[in-house]
Design a protein around this ligand. Structure first.
Ligand code: KIV
Ligand code: NA
Length: 278
C-alpha cells in the first residue's frame, strides 16, 4: 500500500476505498501481514487472550505492549502501526497518561495509540493529539470494561445505547481522533456513525458499512481456539491445523528414527572417523 498515514486513511474514506487492518504481536506475524499488503497493523491488547492465554485483556501491562510493539515495528515499513494503551494506563491525570503514551511511542516506535472509551476520555485524546500523538478511538464493546458491560454483548441495540455511542463517536472526532474502531456494534448504528463522521470507522463485528475492517490475527487464521464463539470472524486459513500436523509428523519421525536422515547428518573426515572407531 506504500507508507500508510492518517491523512491517507482519511482520503481513503472520502474516496470510498476500504481500509484493511489486522492485529500482529511479533516479528514474523507483522512481516507476513506487510507482505500480504495490509494497510494498518494493530498491536492489540488482545495479545492478553491470544498470546498470553489470559481470560481478558486487563492483565496486559504497558511494558508488555512496548515489548510486542518493538517486535512489530522492527518488521514492517509500509503499514501504519497502532498500539493499544493497556487497561488503566490513560485514566489517571493527564500528566500520567501523557507519560505512558510517550513511553509507548518512544520505545515501541509505533505511529499512533488506540484508547477505549468515548466522551469520558475525550480530554485525554485531545491532550495526546496536542502533544503530536495520533489517537485511534475504540467504542462499542470495549474489552477493558467487560466487567462493567457484563459480557461480550452487541452494543447499540436500543435507541438509548445508540444515542450514547453516536455522541461518543462525535466527541472522539471533535477531540482529534484520526479513526475509530467500532466493536460489536449493530449494522444500523455503525452505518449511521460512519455517515456522520469525517474520520474513518474501522469495524469488528460491526457490519459492512464501516470504512475499514479489523480482525485478530489468531482468530482469522485459526491459530488458537477462541475464548468465546465469534460470529463475526471469518476463517481465512487454518494454520493451527498445519502446525499440529507438522509437529505430529516430526514426533513420529523421531520415534521411528526416520529423522534425521542422511541429508541432515554431518560426518567426520575419514581419517578422524578411522581414528575414533578404528
Ligand atoms: O486488541 C485488539 O485486538 C483490538 C481489536 C479487536 C480492535 O482492540
Ligand atoms: Na484492544
Amino acid at each position: 500500500p506504500k507508507k500508510m498515514s492518517t491523512t491517507k486513511m482519511k482520503k481513503m474514506k472520502s474516496e470510498g476505498i476500504p481500509i484493511s487492518m489486522i492485529t500482529a504481536y511479533d516479528y514474523p506475524s507483522a512481516k507476513l501481514a506487510e507482505e500480504a499488503g495490509v494497510d494498518v497493523i494493530l498491536v492489540g491488547d488482545s495479545l492478553g487472550n491470544v498470546v498470553q492465554g489470559q481470560q481478558s485483556t486487563l492483565p496486559v501491562t504497558l511494558d508488555e505492549i512496548i515489548y510486542h510493539t518493538k517486535m512489530v515495528t522492527r518488521a514492517v515499513t509500509e503499514p501504519f502501526v497502532v498500539a493499544d494503551m493497556p487497561f488503566m494506563t490513560y485514566h489517571g491525570s493527564i500528566d500520567q497518561s501523557l507519560q505512558n503514551i510517550g513511553r509507548l511511542m518512544r520505545e515501541g516506535l509505533c505511529k499512533a495509540v488506540k484508547m477505549e472509551g468515548g466522551t469520558e476520555i475525550a480530554h485525554t485524546v485531545e491532550a495526546s493529539v496536542k502533544a503530536g500523538v495520533p489517537v485511534m478511538g475504540h467504542i462499542g464493546l470495549t474489552p477493558q470494561s467487560v466487567y462493567q458491560i457484563g459480557g461480550y454483548k452487541v452494543q447499540g441495540k436500543n435507541s438509548e445505547q445508540a444515542k450514547k455511542l453516536l455522541e461518543d463517536a462525535k466527541a472522539l472526532e471533535q477531540a482529534g481522533a484520526f479513526a475509530i474502531v467500532l466493536e460489536l456494534v449493530t449494522d444500523e448504528l455503525s452505518e449511521q456513525i460512519t455517515k456522520q463522521l469525517s474520520i474513518p470507522t474501522i469495524g469488528i463485528g460491526a457490519g459492512p458499512h464501516c470504512d475499514g475492517q479489523v480482525l485478530v490475527f489468531h482468530d482469522m487464521l485459526q491459530y488458537s481456539s477462541p475464548l468465546y464463539p465469534k460470529k463475526f470472524v471469518k476463517t481465512y486459513a487454518n494454520i493451527g491445523d498445519s502446525i499440529r500436523k507438522g509437529i505430529a509428523e516430526y514426533v513420529n519421525d523421531v520415534k521411528s528414527r526416520s529423522f534425521p536422515a542422511a541429508e541432515h547428518t554431518f560426518h567426520a573426515e575419514l581419517e578422524i572417523a578411522g581414528h575414533l572407531y578404528g
